[in-house]
Write a protein that binds this ligand. Structure first.
Ligand code: F6P
Length: 541
C-alpha cells in the first residue's frame, strides 16, 4: 500500500493548507478542553501532545492513514515472528527478549523463549558472580571496572541505559569504548588496573573493524600485565558469531549469544545488556525488561487513538510529509538521559533513513527525519535560539522524569519549570504588541522599540510533545525506550520501508578497507580524484 495513494493522505494534504494560518494559540482558545483531550497515558508516562499543530480532522485522518497501511496486521506480524525484515529474510523479535509471559514465539518452527531465558539466566549468573566478588581476575583480585568494547547498537544502548540509571549503579564501574581512534581506548585504560578490569567484546557479527581493533589493543594491554592465561578471566564476548569469537581467542564458554532476529539497534534487551546487569544488578535489569514489556502490551492492544507509540509516530509523519519539517529534536530534561538523543539517532535514522519501499520502488515522499538533541537545560543555552526564532520549524520531544533518586528539591523545581517554560514559549511565542508593551513598561523610547521589535518577536506556533514520566526507574526507562522503538516501527509501516536493515552503512565500510591498504603502501585499489588528492596530501604529511 502506497500511503500517498490513500484518501487519508489526500485529506491530510488539504488539512495542511487549511491549518497553515492557524496559530496554536487559536487552537487552544477555540477548544477549552484541548489540553486535557490531547493527552494519553501508559506505563507511567503521560504524553501531552496538545501543543502540536493538529485538530480533530487531522488526527482522524492520521489514524485512518495508519489503518489504511495495515498497521494492526503489521504489529501482529512483528510480535509473532513473521520475517518482516524482508531484505535479510529475518524475523524482528526484540519484543520476545523482554516477554514476561509464556506464549510461545516461533522462529523456523522453534519456540525461542527457552533459549532467550537460558542466555539471560547465564548472563545473570555471571553478573552476580562478578558483582559478588566470586569471579576474580588473574591475580585473585575482584573486578572493579568493566569495559564494554562495541559500536553502534553494541554500544549506544547499554551505554545510554547505564548512564540513565546511574543513580541505581552498585556494581563495578562501567566504561564504554567505541571509537577506532585509539585515544578513546587508551584514555579509558589509563585510569584502570588490568588485574581488576573485565572486558566485554560486544559485536553481533564479530567482524566490525572498530570493535576488533579496540579489542586486540585491549587484549595486548591485558596480556602485557597478566600474560596469555589472564585472557580467560578478563575477556568475555557477546555475539551471534561463536566461530569468530573463538578465532579471536575468547573461549566460547565465555561467550553470551544472541540471534539474527535481534537487530543491533534493538539489542540492549539481549545479552548486549550485560554491562547493564553488571552495573545495576540482574534484578533491576529484569525491571527494565518488564517496563519494556508493559509498553509492548500497550502498543499491541491499546486503541490507536490512545496508543502512545502510534500517536507519536503519526504526529511525526504529519510534520515530515505535510508540514515540510525534516528534523526532530529530542530534549531530555534529566541529565542522566544525556545519551538518549544519540541512541535515538541510531534507532530512528538507521531504521527509517530509507529511500525505497520494501518492494524496491522509490518512495516518492519524505521518510525519516534528522534526529538530534541534547539535554535541556544545556540545549536552551546553545541551539534553542534556532528553535524559537530560526527560519524552519523543528518539532521537539521534551522528556521529563519527575522523580529520580538523589534529586535536590531546588534544582528539581528549576528543572521542571524550564522544561514547561520552553514548551510554552515555543507554542505561544510573543507578539509585536506584547513586545511593545513589555519594552514600554521598561521606559524604552519608542524609536528604540521599533528598531528592536522584529528581533524580539517570537512567532510561536512551534510544536512539541511532552513525555512526562512519573520517575526514571529501570521500569519506566524500559517503557520509554520501547515507546520510541514502536514509534519508529509505526512510521516504517506507514512509509512502507524496511526499518530493520541498514545497507546504507556498507559502502563506506568497503571503501575504508581498501583505503587502509593504500595507507599501508599498496598502490591499489584506485579511488576517485578527490580521494586520491587527499591520499597524496596525507602521504606528504
Ligand atoms: O555499521 C552499522 C552496524 O551494523 C549497526 O547496525 C550495528 O549496531 C553496528 O554496526 C555494530 O555491529 P556489530 O554489533 O556487528 O559489531
Amino acid at each position: 500500500m502506497n500511503p500517498a495513494q490513500t484518501t487519508a493522505w489526500t485529506g491530510l494534504a488539504e488539512h495542511a493548507t487549511r491549518l497553515a494560518s492557524q496559530h496554536l494559540r487559536e487552537l487552544f482558545a477555540n477548544d477549552p478542553a484541548r489540553a486535557m483531550r490531547l493527552r494519553a497515558q501508559a506505563c507511567g508516562i503521560l504524553l501531552d501532545y496538545s501543543k502540536n499543530r493538529v485538530d480533530g480532522p487531522v488526527l482522524h485522518d492520521l489514524l485512518a492513514l495508519a489503518e489504511a497501511c495495515g498497521l494492526h496486521a503489521r504489529i501482529e506480524a512483528m510480535f509473532t515472528g513473521a520475517p518482516i525484515n524482508g531484505t535479510e529474510g529475518r524475523a524482528v523479535l526484540h519484543t520476545a527478549l523482554r516477554s514476561q509471559d509464556d506464549t510461545p514465539v516461533f522462529v523456523a518452527g522453534e519456540n525461542i523463549l527457552p533459549a532467550i531465558r537460558a542466555v539471560r539466566a547465564s548472563c545473570h549468573v555471571f553478573a552476580g558472580r562478578v558483582r559478588s566478588g566470586e569471579w576474580r581476575g588473574y591475580d585473585g583480585q575482584t573486578i572493579t571496572d568493566v569495559v564494554n568494547i562495541g559500536i553502534g547498537g553494541s554500544d549506544l544502548g547499554p551505554l545510554m541505559v547505564c548512564e540513565a540509571l546511574k543513580p541505581y549503579a552498585d556494581g563495578p564501574r562501567a566504561h564504554f569504548v567505541s571509537n577506532v581512534d585509539s585515544l578513546h581506548l587508551t584514555q579509558t585504560l589509563a585510569t584502570l588496573d588490568p588485574a581488576r578490569t573485565l572486558f566485554i567484546i560486544a559485536s553481533k557479527t564479530f567482524t566490525t573493524l572498530e570493535t576488533l581493533t579496540n579489542a586486540r589493543t585491549a587484549r595486548a594491554w591485558l596480556v602485557a600485565a597478566g600474560g596469555e592465561a589472564a585472557v580467560a578471566r578478563h575477556f568475555v564476548a557477546v555475539s551471534t558469531n561463536a566461530e569468530k569469537v573463538a578465532a579471536f581467542g575468547i573461549d566460547p564458554t565465555n561467550m553470551f549469544g544472541f540471534w539474527d532476529w535481534v537487530g543491533g539497534r534493538y539489542s540492549l534487551w539481549s545479552a548486549i545488556g550485560l554491562p547493564i546487569a553488571l552495573a545495576i544488578g540482574p534484578q533491576r535489569f529484569d525491571e527494565l525488561l518488564a517496563g519494556a514489556y508493559a509498553m509492548d502490551q500497550h502498543f499491541r492492544h491499546a486503541p490507536l487513538d490512545r496508543n502512545l507509540p502510534v500517536l507519536m509516530a503519526l504526529l511525526g509523519i504529519w510534520y515530515v510529509n505535510f508540514l515540510d519539517c525534516h528534523s526532530q529534536v529530542v530534549a531530555p530534561y534529566n541529565q542522566t538521559l544525556h545519551r538518549l538523543p544519540a541512541f535515538l539517532q541510531q534507532l530512528d535514522m538507521e531504521s527509517n533513513g530509507k529511500r525505497v519501499r520494501g518492494d524496491g520502488e522509490a518512495v516518492g515522499y519524505a521518510t525519516g527525519p534528522v534526529i538530534w538533541g541534547e539535554p535541556g537545560t544545556n540545549g536552551q543555552h546553545a541551539f534553542f535560539q534556532l528553535l524559537h526564532q530560526g527560519s524552519q520549524i523543528i518539532p521537539v520531544d521534551f522528556i521529563l522524569a519527575l522523580k529520580q533518586p538523589g534529586q535536590i528539591a531546588v534544582h528539581r523545581r528549576a528543572q521542571i519549570a524550564n522544561c514547561l517554560a520552553q514548551a510554552a514559549a515555543l507554542m505561544q511565542g510573543k507578539t509585536e504588541d506584547e513586545v511593545r508593551a513589555e519594552m514600554r513598561a521598561k521606559d524604552i523610547p519608542d524609536g528604540e522599540i521599533e528598531k528592536l521589535l522584529p528581533h524580539r518577536v517570537f512567532p510561536g506556533n512551534r510544536p512539541s510533545n511532552l513525555l512526562l514520566m512519573d520517575d526514571l526507574s529501570p521500569e519506566s526507562l524500559g517503557a520509554l525506550l520501547a515507546l520510541y522503538e514502536h514509534k519508529v516501527f509505526v512510521q516504517g509501516v506507514v512509509w512502507g520501508v524496511n526499518s530493520f536493515d541498514q545497507w546504507g552503512v556498507e559502502l563506506g565500510k568497503q571503501l575504508a578497507s581498501g583505503l587502509e591498504q593504500r595507507l599501508d603502501g599498496s598502490t591499489t585499489p584506485a579511488y576517485d580524484p578527490s580521494t586520491e588528492a587527499l591520499l597524496a596530501y596525507i602521504a606528504r604529511q
